[in-house]
Structures are given as C-alpha cells and as structure tokens.
Design a protein around this ligand. Structure first.
Ligand code: NAD
Length: 497
C-alpha cells in the first residue's frame, strides 16, 4: 500500500497544494511504498511563516523549559528508536543494525544539546572601566533551514536540529525526497515531547523548496549536507542572500596502510568502512592506499573477507543492503565497468551478486578493484557505492601526496604501529577528520564534524561547540548604572579609565 508523505507544520501534517509528488521505493524490493509531496513556493512559504511566527515565544522560553523538552525528546527517542530504524531501512535500504547505529549517533547530539544552559553561558567582566561592566551573551538567529541528504535521513538532521532548537531557534527541515518518512516520525516525536507548534517543521520537496529556503528573508541560516556541486550552489546562493551558511559536500576518503600495520586489523577496517551501508556514507573508505610491499597480502585479506558478506534485504539478517535507487545502482555499476575498461583488476565483482532479497531490488555486491591509478574515473569520482579501490604506492610520501592532491578532504585513516608516522600524518594531511587505526573517524557529538576543501563550504563544522556558535550570534554589552560619580559630559572616544 502506498502512503502519502506530507509536510509538517505547527505540530500536524500539512499536504499543501500537493500538485507534484514523487514515488518513494523500498530498495530491497523495488516496490513503491509511498508518494512524497513536493512543495510549491507557496507551500514552502506556509512552512517558513509558521517557523517565523513561533520564533519570538520560543526564543523567550526559559533555558530550563527548553532543556526539559530536549530531555523528553531524548527519552522518547531512546525508547522507540527501533521504530525509526525500521523506517530508515524500508526507504534507504541499509541494514537495521546500521540504521540503529545512525539513530544512536544522532541521539548523542540530542544529549549534548541537553546541556545547553551550560553551553550558552557568557563572559562577564566587572569594572572594566570605572564602574563599567562588560558582558557577552549568545542569542538565537531565528528560523533556520536544514537541508539533508538521503544517506542519513535521521542522523544528519540530528547533527543540527537539537542544538538549533535548544539554542532558541525554530527549524525548517528539508529532507531528501528519496527517504522522507524519518523526518515526519521525528516531528511527531518532538510534538509528543512537548515542543510548541511551529518550532520544528518539515518541508518536503526538491530544488523549488531548497531555493525558497535559500532566498526567503525569514530564514537566517542554512545547514546543508549533500553532494559537492549542490553544496557549492547552496553556499553561493544562501550567502548572497545574506544568510549564514554551512554546506557540507561530498568525499573521497583514503585509508593508508603502512608496511608495519597489522594487516588483519587493516583488512577488517577496509571491509567495514568500504562496504558498510553499501558504501553510501560520506565517511566510507573508497580508496585503500597500500604502501610498499603490503599490497598483495592486504588485497588477499580484504578479498577473503569481502566474499563472506551477505548482501540482502536490510530488514532480514543481511550484512549489506541494496543501493538507494535503481538509477544510483546502475551508475555505481557503470564505474566498475569503467575501471575494468581502464585496466584495473576486478578482484571481487559485485555485479555478480546473488542477493537475499526481492528480484526487483537495487542490488550490487561488494566490489574490490586492484591496481587502480589516480587518472581512472573509479578513483577520481565520488562513487558512493560498495566499491573499494586499491591504489599501490611506493612510500608514505607518495600516499600523503595522493591524499593532499585530491580535491576532497572529508575523512581519512592511517593504519600503522609506528606512533611517529601516525603523528606525522595527523600533522601533514589536509583532511578534516583523521583516524589512526580507526577507519570511520566520525567525531563524538561534543567535537565537531566537518571536512576540508571541497567537502565543506563555510567556516563552521557540525555539532559540538561549532554547532553552538553557528546557531547563535554573540552580543557584547557594556553597562554603567548611574551613581553620583558618573563623570558628566565627555565627547572623546570611550577609553578605559
Ligand atoms: P544531493 O546533493 O543530491 O542532495 C542533497 C539535498 O539537496 C537533498 O535534500 C536534495 O533534495 C537537494 N538537492 C538536490 N539537487 C538539488 C538542486 N539542484 N538544487 C537544490 N537542491 C538540491 O545528495 P544526496 O545524493 O542526497 O546525498 C549524497 C551526497 O551527500 C554524497 O555526495 C555524500 O558525500 C554527501 N554527504 C556528505 C556528508 C558530509 O558530512 N560531508 C554527509 C552525508 C552525505
């Protein structure tokens, strides 16, 4: 049965004009399970207006009350996250345990945001000048826009909205049209947690909805996560309209394996980080850089493990699910074809997979490609699928140069038992998030998530203190309470006395 997936405004569903809809599919069966409505400009304005109307009262709600709602949301989420994980699996395709993992990582940001009274404390200087006190406060921005990608329909919105809401902003979330139901489930949870109407809103849609968020005067900031070309567009358009923008883009993440590494540990890590979530993670390892003599042994160990992966329906007992759409599946497969044509060696071929799932599912098994060189499209492009390329290099310096020459700079990892080499790598590599014998170095909620170069446009990363900074603006107040010694007229520039 196909369900209708609508917007969410003022703590209830909102169909809007419903002029255009887009089918939502279960990637493991190919079946159409829903129709998501795509906003018109008028629909988008209804949603944004609701967020603007709710802002003054929410901004003035005490920190004690705001954090109480956050705690309620956290408790409800923790108790019912299994429901959310199943929704994610049914529209994204990732296995349920992986979907639960994404919800748990999002929940950690909610827990961080529960501490907002502490995080918003300002500074105070008594008697900065004679009888003059100076203090700083941080205030919310207003209605904020969040535009999220398909690959983490719960976690990526949760990188932003817990802190935005806790800090006193109101939110318009524009989720991916490929897996929109998680956003409505989270909206219902906020209402149950006691969040007032209009504080958290969902706008379903495509470019029309995004463009209205980017240009509508009521929206004060935009947090975007998605592919690099759209991130660049969002950053340019949003900042030209005077908004604060953080736009996280695509990635090509390398893992360097040095000759002294524990090859079993490294091979496990390559498989987990290369094929988890079918490679549809912005922190997936897609290029394994084998240094010196390790390559043959490493490739054999990765291949042995990759062949044991059970590809199938994420709702069943599989290790790896399907890709999100048929078009994406075919595009990823075309990169394997191109790699083969370019002379790379296909060691494990996902095109030949026998999945445990529907005949019309969007299947592609784990693929390991050896002897990939930096000119091949399988290396240069972000493939976003279960395809791990092995690039063989002679030395640490060659590996470093390869990574630093790459236009992306999201995540990277090094596998070694040499602390000095690891420390050198952490210093020299031009990437925002680095793992040392850790394959997917996603920072904890109290640190900040973000890449460098073409993986992030803007100055602030997501969550942690960067998140608090992004969703508030600073004010400095200089105050003097009159007493008989205030000093009378003085037309010079204020100086400390
Ligand atoms: P996408 O860029 O296609 O879509 C992201 C969002 O932008 C969606 O909400 C979509 O509706 C909207 N959008 C798409 N085309 C648009 C257009 N022409 N104009 C305006 N808005 C548009 O990305 P995706 O395929 O949903 O997600 C995968 C991408 O996201 C990958 O490149 C991945 O690396 C990236 N990603 C990055 C991070 C990170 O932290 N850097 C995290 C997750 C995903």
């Amino acid at each position: 049965m196909s369900t209708s997936i609508t917007h969410w405004v003022n703590n209830t569903t909102f169909s809007g004009s419903n002029e255009t809809t887009q089918p939502v599919t279960n990637p493991a069966t190919g079946e159409i399970t829903g129709e998501v409505t795509l906003a018109t400009v008028e629909d988008a304005r209804v949603v944004i207006d609701a967020a603007a109307a709710a802002f003054p009262a929410w901004r003035d709600t005490s920190l004690a009350k705001r954090s109480a709602v956050l705690f309620n949301f956290r408790e409800l989420l923790n108790a019912r996250k299994g429901e959310l994980a199943e929704i994610i699996t049914s529209e994204h395709g990732k296995v349920v345990s992986d979907a639960l993992g994404e919800v748990s990582r999002g929940q950690e940001v909610v827990e961080f945001a529960c501490g907002i009274p502490h995080l918003l404390k300002g500074g105070f200087t008594e008697n900065a000048s004679t009888k003059v006190d100076v203090y700083s406060i941080r205030q919310p921005l207003g209605p904020v826009g969040i535009i999220s990608p398909f690959n983490f329909p719960a976690m990526v919105p949760m990188w932003f909205f817990p802190i935005a809401i806790a800090a006193g902003n109101t939110v318009v979330l524009k989720p991916s049209e490929k897996d929109p139901s998680a956003s409505i489930w989270m909206a219902e949870l906020w209402a149950e947690a006691g969040l007032p109407p209009g504080v958290f809103n969902v706008l379903q849609g495509d470019k029309t909805a995004v463009d209205e968020i980017l240009t509508n005067k009521a929206i004060k900031s935009v947090s975007f996560v998605g592919s690099t070309p759209i991130a660049q567009y969002v950053y340019a358009t949003g900042t030209a309209a005077g908004k604060r923008v953080q736009a996280l883009g695509g990635a090509k993440n390398h893992a360097v394996v040095l000759p002294d590494a524990d090859l079993d540990l490294a091979a496990d890590a390559m498989v987990n980080a290369g094929f988890g979530s079918a490679g549809e993670r912005c922190m997936a390892i897609s290029a394994c850089v084998a240094v010196g003599p390790v390559a043959d042994d490493l490739v054999a160990k990765i291949a042995e493990r990759a062949r044991t992966i059970r590809t199938g329906d994420g709702a069943k007992n599989s290790d790896m699910g399907p890709l999100v759409t048929k078009a994406h599946r075919d595009k990823v497969a075309s990169y394997i074809d191109a790699g083969e044509a370019d002379g790379a060696k296909i060691i494990v071929d996902g095109r030949e997979v026998t999945p445990d799932g529907g005949a019309d599912g969007f299947w592609l098994g784990p693929t390991l490609i050896d002897h990939v060189t930096p000119e091949m499209s399988v290396y240069t492009d972000e493939i976003f699928g279960p395809v791990l390329s092995v690039v063989r290099v002679e030395s640490y310096d060659d590996a470093l140069q390869l990574i630093n020459d790459n236009p992306y700079g999201n995540g990277t990892a090094i596998f070694t038992n040499d602390g000095g080499a690891a420390r050198r790598f952490q210093n020299e590599v031009e990437v925002g998030m680095v793992g040392i014998n850790v394959p997917i170095p996603v920072p904890m909620a109290y640190y900040s998530f973000g890449g460098w170069k073409a993986s992030l446009f803007g100055d602030t990363h997501a969550h942690g203190m960067d998140g608090v900074q992004f969703f508030t603006r600073g004010k400095a107040i200089t105050s003097r309470w009159l007493d008989p010694s205030h000093g009378g007229l003085e037309l010079g520039f204020p100086q400390n006395k």
